[in-house]
Design a protein around this ligand. Structure first.
Ligand SMILES: Nc1ncnc2c1ncn2[C@@H]1O[C@H](COP(=O)(O)OP(=O)(O)OP(=O)(O)O)[C@@H](O)[C@H]1O
Length: 219
């Protein structure tokens, strides 16, 4: 098991008082497995991904990644965890504006000490980015930037990829095509994938679908 969440709870304090979003989430993802995380808007899918990425803290429960409970990590250890253990593909591409496409793609792999030029060239080809490697992010379309963000994540071959359907500013067709690529390349990289998606078609192509409802995972 690469990732195991048990009894994970998370509440937010708002003007209306305390709202409980996750009410004891249990979820396991096996090494190399792809899991679609679905559920109604506001059910807590992004919250769950942020907790697994060590970007936010759960109130209780355990989140064990590769045998280690990430709830015990301090800030520095969390940052190291994000650099080496997980790849994040979120709605914001977060590319580095001052770096070329090629440098953006190798950035995390180098930080994680997993830079592999042959794998990177393969990714650049498969993502259709060969003609753009010397450009800067601002010179790319949204779909192209999204492909760079995916390439950057996959270049580091993280054991786990956490992806929050990054369809925000893309038309459906472009978004679907890029997400398909991400799923197939995650398999090639042997990374486990936990993907938030509203697309039943895309979810159907993954190993398993889980639903977040009423603050818990129902399969
Ligand atoms: N920092 C925060 N403070 C207060 N409430 C929050 C915070 N972040 C999220 N929420 C609330 O928690 C709930 C779950 O949000 P979350 O973004 O996890 O849902 P989601 O399932 O990813 O939704 P969507 O499919 O619309 O993206 C929502 O009701 C949201 O308003």
């Amino acid at each position: 098991m690469i990732l195991a969440l048990s009894g994970v709870r998370k509440s937010y304090t708002t003007a209306e008082g305390l709202i409980e979003i996750l009410k004891g989430v249990d979820l396991q993802v096996a090494s190399g497995e792809s899991v679609a995380l679905t559920g109604e808007s506001g059910s807590g899918k992004s919250t769950l991904l942020h907790l697994a990425a060590c970007l936010d803290r759960a109130d209780s429960g355990s989140i064990v990644m590769n045998g280690r409970d990430i709830r015990q990590l301090n800030e520095n250890e969390c940052a190291h965890y994000r650099r080496t253990q997980v790849g994040l593909v979120f709605q914001q591409f977060n590319l580095i504006p001052s770096l070329t496409v090629a440098a953006n793609i190798s950035f995390h792999a180098k930080l994680a000490d997993r830079f592999d030029p042959a794998w990177e060239m393969e990714l650049i080809g498969k993502l259709g980015l060969r003609d753009y490697i010397s450009r800067y992010p601002e010179q790319l379309s949204g779909g192209q930037q999204q492909r760079v963000a995916i390439g950057r994540t996959l270049a580091a071959r993280p054991p786990l990829i956490l992806a929050d359907e990054p369809t925000g500013n893309l038309d459906e067709q472009t978004g679907d095509r890029v997400l398909d690529l991400m799923v197939s390349l995650s398999r090639t990289a042997r990374s486990a994938l936990l993907l938030v998606t509203h697309s039943a078609r895309l979810a159907g192509g993954l190993d398993r679908i889980v639903v977040l409802r009423g603050g818990k995972i129902v399969e």
